[in-house]
Structure formats: C-alpha cells, structure tokens
Design a protein around this ligand. Structure first.
Ligand code: NAD
Length: 220
C-alpha cells in the first residue's frame, strides 16, 4: 500500500515511516526538512503543509498519517491544524485506494493543558478529524486521531534532559514512563491497517496521566 506521512523527518514521523517500510509498504514522506529515512520504497518530498501549492502530487494513497507539528512558536494553528486540513483535502478526493486517515493530535486536545495555541490547534484537529470521518464513512474509510502524552523525542529534550523537571513529570504520570516512538508506530499501524470498524475517535495514549491520578482521600 502507499502511505503518506507528514513531518516524516522528525522523531515520531521517521519511526512510523520505518515501520510501514519494514512491513513492505511504500512511503511518501513530506517535511520542510531533508529526509532522515533512506529506503528503496521511500520517497521524500520537501514541502510545507501550510502551503497547499507546495504539496506533491501523490496518487492512490491508501493511508495518510497527518503528523507534522510544531509547538510554542506562534504558528501552531497554521501548521498543526490548517496544514493537516491542506494535506487531507489534497489527497482524499478522486482516490479509490483510500483506506484510513490518522491525525496525530495530543493529550492537550483532551486536557487543554500545555501551550495555548498548541492546545487550540490540537483540539481543532480533533474536530476536523470528526468532520472528515463523517464525510468518508460512506466510502468505508476510517478516520481517527491519537492523542499522545509525553513521547521520548528531541521535541521534549528541554524537560527530559532536566532531572528536576523530569521528576515533576514522573510525579504526575501514574505509569512512571513516557511512550517511545516504536509504540507510537504500533498504534499507527493498528489504527490504519488492522482497524476496519472504528472511526471518528480520539484515542488518549498518555500512561494514565489524564485519568489515573489517585485522588481518593480517606482517613487511615
Ligand atoms: N513528542 C511528543 O511528546 C508528542 C506528544 C504529543 C503529540 N505530539 C505530536 O506528534 C507530532 C510529531 O512530533 P515529534 O515529537 O516527532 O516532533 P518533531 O519536531 O521531531 O517532528 C515534527 C516534524 O514536523 C516537521 N514540520 C514542522 N512544520 C512543518 C511544516 N510546515 N510542513 C511540513 N513539515 C513540518 C518538522 O520539520 C519535523 O520533522 C507533532 O504533531 C506533535 O505535536 C508529540
């Protein structure tokens, strides 16, 4: 199958590209940065998701993983939300091969925490995901989002490499770990290839951070 991955040069995007390639699929990566993946079945396109005109002409994609993202830079809505809209609208029409679309949202789409524009962009992305899911359901195409809590990628070096900040994070993370990029690839493959029956859902994958904090208080 042909797979499109945006943000393909980054931590999560590159891991997802590697996984689809290892499974024998062909992958088209889109990123403003040069390729970080080399493989006979990998094609890299340097393009900006905020600029529809820069997006390459890719026909017959079966899977689209909208993953390109930025944080704390002022352009979150343009990149994370409107960029994903540009990519999706470009590749879903006149495409009988389309099977599934997955959006990489964030735990902040559920909690509202983190940077203001980031939370707004990711919550908007979930709303747009539902819109696309409704439109594509009659074609049998699944469309979902994953909302990750912390993932070990360079994006998080400012906190992951600071022992005091890392302790604060682990203090509020019930499972005492973050997710690694290979686990994210597991989820992406399951939701885009295995899953044929769930659509319009936003899956929270956060090591219990949002829901499992133990707030039960009672005298000993
Ligand atoms: N790492 C985490 O903890 C975490 C948690 C929740 C959600 N996410 C989301 O996962 C996605 C990937 O995150 P990551 O940790 O791999 O970050 P990353 O910075 O390593 O990768 C993001 C990639 O997107 C690319 N990109 C940025 N702007 C672009 C544009 N305009 N057009 C095309 N490509 C562009 C970057 O060049 C980069 O390669 C992001 O959407 C992020 O919000 C990450």
């Amino acid at each position: 199958m042909k797979v499109i991955v945006t943000g393909a040069s980054g931590g999560i995007g590159a891991a997802v590209c590697r996984r689809f390639l290892a499974l024998g699929h062909s992958v088209h990566g889109i990123d403003i940065l040069p390729a970080t993946t080399e493989h006979a079945n990998y094609v890299h396109h340097i393009a900006d998701v905020t600029d529809s005109a820069s997006l390459p002409g890719i026909t017959d994609a079966a899977v689209i993983f909208n993953n390109a993202g930025v944080q704390n830079c002022g352009t979150e809505v343009e990149v994370n939300l409107l960029g994903a809209v540009n990519v999706t609208e470009k590749y879903i029409n006149d495409n009988a091969s389309l099977r599934s679309i997955l959006f990489n949202a964030s735990a902040s789409s559920v909690s509202g925490k983190e940077f203001p524009l980031y939370a707004a962009s990711k919550a908007g992305l979930v709303g747009y995901m539902k819109n696309v899911a409704v439109r594509l359901a009659p074609r049998g195409v699944t469309c979902n989002a994953i909302s990750l809590g912390g993932v070990y990628t360079p994006l998080n070096d400012p906190v992951a490499n600071d022992p005091a900040l890392w302790k604060r994070i682990m203090d509020v993370t019930p499972m005492k770990k973050w997710t690694n990029v290979d686990e994210v690839a597991d989820w992406v493959v399951f939701l885009t290839l295995t899953n044929r029956s769930m659509s319009g859902q936003n899956i929270l994958i956060d090591n219990g951070e949002h829901d499992l904090a133990d707030t039960f208080v009672w005298p000993e």
